[in-house]
Design a protein around this ligand. Structure first.
Ligand SMILES: C[S@@+](CC[C@H](N)C(=O)[O-])C[C@H]1O[C@@H](n2cnc3c(N)ncnc32)[C@H](O)[C@@H]1O
Length: 231
């Protein structure tokens, strides 16, 4: 049985599909829960634990199916939850070699990764580079904090720095997706902090293409003239 220290797990189950920011948060957590619940003996890696909101929900799905959840945080979050399927490692999530030594089960293949640690595009790009190759065919990578909307001007959390960072994290996901589109599915949940869920269709052994930025087209005098002539 999963035990959570800072919140009651039932509040998340009850709020799924409900209104408000918490409803969105719960719905996004449960979108991960549902996927993991369909896997037999899932191996799940979580980057970023803090108060254990995601850890509790992920552990609930993992425990039911006899799997393992490995959670990483640079701070000591070892008391955030209790569960027989849970291993907590206090470590930087880019220290892959040490993590694989401590949790060798990850080397055999990961079914689900949740990325919610350091909110910088560079860090998320590095995590993708490091961990994507270990994701099994049909497995998932979920990225938290990809919707800049709440931080935009006049919005609920109006804060320019985070607006820019959140947008850049979403851009990292897009750059990776467009470089490997044939081998991926991608879903995007707007609201709360935003959640993107990517599914890997390629075999585990297949190396991904490096991320590719497609330069956006802007309105130019020529495109404006073409548009006006077409009307
Ligand atoms: C947003 S919180 C995680 C929230 C958590 N997933 C939840 O749903 O409650 C981000 C966490 O990432 C941790 N963190 C920051 N940089 C990290 C890194 N390089 N490696 C591992 N954890 C890191 C922080 O200590 C913090 O606890």
């Amino acid at each position: 049985m999963v035990d959570t220290k800072y919140y009651n797990l039932q509040t998340v189950f009850d709020a799924e599909g409900g209104p408000g920011v918490f409803g969105k948060h719960a719905t996004q957590l449960m979108a991960m829960h549902r996927r993991i619940s369909r896997i037999k003996a899932p191996v799940v890696l979580e980057c970023g634990v803090d108060k254990g909101w995601s850890a509790g929900v992920l552990a609930h799905a993992v425990e039911r199916n006899g799997g393992s959840l490995i959670s990483l945080d640079i701070r000591d979050c070892s008391d955030a939850i209790e569960s027989e399927c849970w291993t907590f490692l206090q470590i930087d999530d880019t220290e892959q070699e040490r993590i694989l030594q401590e949790a060798p089960i990850l080397k055999e293949g990961i079914d689900f990764i949740f990325i919610d640690s350091l909110h910088f595009a560079r860090h998320v790009r590095r995590l993708l580079e490091l961990w994507y190759p270990l994701v099994r065919q049909g497995g998932w990578i979920a990225f938290h904090d990809v919707d800049p909307g709440p931080y935009m001007r006049g919005q609920r959390k109006d804060y320019v720095e985070n607006e820019i960072v959140w947008r850049s994290i979403w851009q990292v996901v897009l750059d990776f997706f467009y470089a490997n589109e044939d081998d991926l599915l991608l879903e995007y949940h707007l609201g709360d902090m935003g959640l993107a869920i990517m599914q890997k269709l390629a075999p585990m052994s297949q190396a991904p293409n490096p991320p590719r930025r497609i330069p956006p087209r802007r309105v130019s005098l020529r495109s404006l003239a073409r548009h006006l002539l077409r009307r």
